[in-house]
Write a new protein. Structure first.
Length: 181
């Protein structure tokens, strides 16, 4: 049984997460062994350190945190049914955390089952979570963008290099022809 002070700490923690976290994912952990929960936390820790949290808590405490964060609990009502575990990140790439969770869920017979969540202030359901997890990570998107920016410059450099090389090829051909004579 949690004391009032412990409940207040949990509510404040989730209130902070609801207002500042770029990603919140609500899951149903029913049937998931504690060892799997620990394994999921370790995978998140490897990727985010202390920046990712997966916590199981009472729905009533989550509803209180939503109210204190001045969010409408009715919008989240379908996420707060049955057993609820919440994944949130404090910083870092939200899509990467969602990928970790969906891959973990696939490996463990859809446990924990993703109910939905909030990404950058926008609600999403379980199907949208699967689609969002397919997106490239922030680092991959940056690399793709830089590659697109670099491609015209690299092409231009190759064209310039080709115009410089052509006279050299001609001179080498003349030299080879004269050395044969």
């Amino acid at each position: 049984m949690l004391t009032r002070a412990e409940k207040e700490v949990i509510v404040n923690e989730f209130k902070e997460a609801f207002t500042t976290s770029p990603l919140l994912v609500f899951t149903d952990f029913k049937g998931m062994p504690v060892a799997h929960t620990d394994e999921l936390r370790m995978e998140l820790f490897k990727a985010y350190g202390e920046g990712a949290v997966y916590e199981v808590t009472r729905n009533s405490l989550l509803k209180t945190a939503l109210k204190q964060a001045e969010l409408n609990p009715e919008e989240y009502e379908h996420f707060l049914e049955y057993n609820t575990g919440v994944l949130y990140i404090k910083d870092g790439d939200p899509v990467e955390a969602l990928k970790i969770l969906t891959e973990f869920s696939k490996k463990h017979k859809d446990l924990p089952a993703i109910k939905g969540g909030v990404l950058e202030g926008k609600l999403f359901d379980a199907e949208q979570a699967k689609e969002l997890a397919k997106l490239p990570s922030k680092q991959d998107l940056i690399a793709m963008f830089l590659n697109v920016l670099n491609a015209p410059i690299a092409g231009f450099v190759n064209v310039l290099a080709g115009t410089v090389k052509k006279p050299l090829y001609v001179l080498n051909a003349i030299k080879d022809k004269k050395s044969e004579q």
